[in-house]
Design a protein around this ligand. Structure first.
Ligand code: B12
Ligand code: SF4
Length: 477
């Protein structure tokens, strides 16, 4: 049988967590600074964000006779264009569309057949049509097999759409054979559920994955964890948006994982702090840290963005309970939501101090095309770029403001944000948080020090943007 070769490509964003603009452009003419920036860029890529794309791991685990699949992660690897590929798949992320389309154009010009899939294709297929030979819309866990079979039969079609959300209880196990394991900080990435019952308007998970929570079978997850452990003993990342979304399921699963003695991190709601049994199961199964989305400390702001599920009055106690169980808390805020005023700045700082949050993340709202908040801000004339220019809404990591906050003029908002991050991310605070962390002290120190650096760069970028927007800054760096 003729062997078909498929290459699956993951593209780094030209901004965002892959490094702020200062590290992307080799702007420095000073040799020492260039060297330092080069080293930092490499550390950022390798140390913090170097987990593999689960999407492409799932696709490459689908076996069809006569098809060999390989993953190319452009964060570390160069495109192997010296080989003959029968099909090249690109994962297109909203926020990194431009580099994806540029790559597709280059490959098609060289005569390769390109298939586009991923979040942006799912939400904006009509904008992708001319950029790929084949489009795959939706979660491709099941439909990718059809594409591969059609490749073998020579009957590929221009469009494939997942008519329903895949039933995760019947999907197979995830394999790592298409990956170069040595590239990553860890390759142990697992998702137990998909979909989200909530509707926060700044998020597109419920748009892409629906409102119904779908579960993998507990036995399948345990099987994947056991197999992953044989190849890689490092930490596990549970990539679920809310790993405690179904408390009964989560408790059963993590109790079954206790004997495997893994260590893991994930994302949860603070509601976890109200369930001592689940908290105990998480801690005993090796949970070291959880990211919790706090967003605003003004209930009115969270409500304005359709986030209703964790009222402020319970947050501090829940965070305390999670930390008392020996689990570090990464608290993620969004400053500048619709009912936030300048007072929020002090409220966030006090809250972080009083709750002892181990790693704070102070984000700017990033309107993602395809979300409710994007359309609303566009209708209200508050976006800083043309709503149709999706490239302008690229991934950014606290480096760039893309909209006008409702209650705070931009010329006051940017300095108040930079002032907040300047006070929260200092070397002294980093050491204090590490010493107080319930576990993973050196990781907490590293993360906080890394943020001291990153938020320092973000301040420079933001104030640069402010100058470009022709607004006056009174902020100190
Ligand atoms: C883990 C994660 C991260 C990790 C690791 C990312 C990685 N290297 O894989 C880290 C922490 C680094 C991260 C960072 C960021 N993230 Co993130 N992240 C996630 C998270 C929680 C899980 C991703 C995942 O693995 N999903 C599971 C897989 C199976 O789903 P999937 O990727 O959608 O893939 C399926 C389909 O889309 C399709 N598909 C995907 N690719 C392809 C390719 C082909 C060829 C085909 C046919 C099909 C196909 O088939 C897959 C299987 O069904 C998602 C939320 C989510 N639920 O997806 C957010 C999410 C992807 N992140 C998001 C954002 C905004 C960010 C940041 C910009 C945050 C920031 N401000 O810095 C950065 C940007 C990073 C970057 N430079 O790309 C948004 C993206 C919005 C979008 N793309 O439209 C999401 C959706 C969260 C959200 N609230 O909206 N993230
Ligand atoms: S932010 Fe979290 S809780 Fe809100 S809709 Fe997105 S995934 Fe669900």
């Amino acid at each position: 049988m003729v062997q078909r070769s498929v290459l699956l490509v993951f593209i780094p964003a030209d901004s965002g967590t892959d490094g702020p603009a200062h590290l992307q452009k080799d702007v420095s003419s000073n040799g020492f600074k260039r060297l330092k920036d080069g080293m930092l860029k490499s550390v950022i890529k390798r140390a913090q964000f170097a987990i593999p794309p689960l999407s492409l791991m799932i696709l490459s685990s689908i076996e069809v006779d006569g098809v060999q699949q390989t993953i190319c992660d452009l964060r570390f690897e160069t495109l192997p264009l010296d080989k003959q590929w029968d099909l090249i798949g690109i994962s297109v992320q909203t926020g990194a569309v431009k580099p994806a389309f540029e790559l597709a154009a280059m490959l098609r010009q060289k005569g390769f057949r390109v298939v586009l899939g991923g979040p942006y294709v799912t939400v904006f297929p009509e904008r992708c049509r001319e950029h790929g030979d084949i489009l795959v819309r939706g979660e491709a866990d099941e439909i990718w097999k059809d594409v591969l079979c059609d490749l073998v039969d020579g009957s590929l079609k221009p469009d494939y759409t997942a008519a329903v959300f895949p039933d995760l209880s019947s999907t197979g196990s995830v394999k790592k054979s298409a990956l170069d394991i040595s590239n990553y900080f860890t390759t142990n990435v697992v998702q137990t559920t998909r979909g989200c019952p909530y509707s926060c308007d700044f998020c597109n998970v419920h748009v892409m994955n629906g409102h119904k929570l779908r579960h993998r079978r507990i036995g399948d997850v345990v099987h994947d964890v056991e197999h992953f452990l044989k190849e890689d003993k490092r930490i596990f990342f549970f990539l679920d948006d809310t790993v405690n979304a179904d408390e009964a399921y989560a408790e059963k699963l993590f109790r079954e994982l206790i004997p495997l003695k893994i260590s893991w991190v994930g994302q949860a709601t603070t509601k976890l702090g109200e369930n001592p049994q689940l908290l105990e199961a998480f801690a005993r199964s090796g949970c070291g840290a959880l990211l919790v989305g706090i967003e605003s400390l003004a209930d009115a702001s969270n409500r304005a963005h359709h986030k209703f599920h964790n009222p402020i009055e319970r947050q501090a106690e829940c965070i305390g309970n999670i930390r008392s169980a020996g689990i570090c808390v990464y608290g993620s805020f969004i400053y500048g939501l619709d009912e936030d005023t300048l007072l929020e700045q002090q409220t966030i700082e006090t809250f972080i101090h009083e709750t002892g949050i181990d790693v704070p993340g102070i984000n700017l709202l990033r309107p993602i095309p395809g979300t409710g908040v994007f359309d609303r801000l566009a209708d209200e004339g508050r976006l800083l770029h043309d709503r149709h220019d999706h490239d302008a809404f690229r991934f950014s990591w606290a480096q760039e403001i893309l909209y006008r906050p409702k209650r705070i003029p931009l010329e006051e908002f940017i300095p108040s944000y930079t002032e907040l991050t300047r006070r929260i991310f200092t070397p002294a605070q980093a050491i204090r948080r590490a010493l107080a962390a319930p576990t993973l002290k050196s990781a907490v120190l590293m993360f906080n020090l890394f943020y001291v650096h990153m938020y320092g760069l973000s301040r420079k970028d933001l104030l640069g943007q402010m100058a470009a927007l022709d607004v006056e800054s009174s902020s100190t760096l």
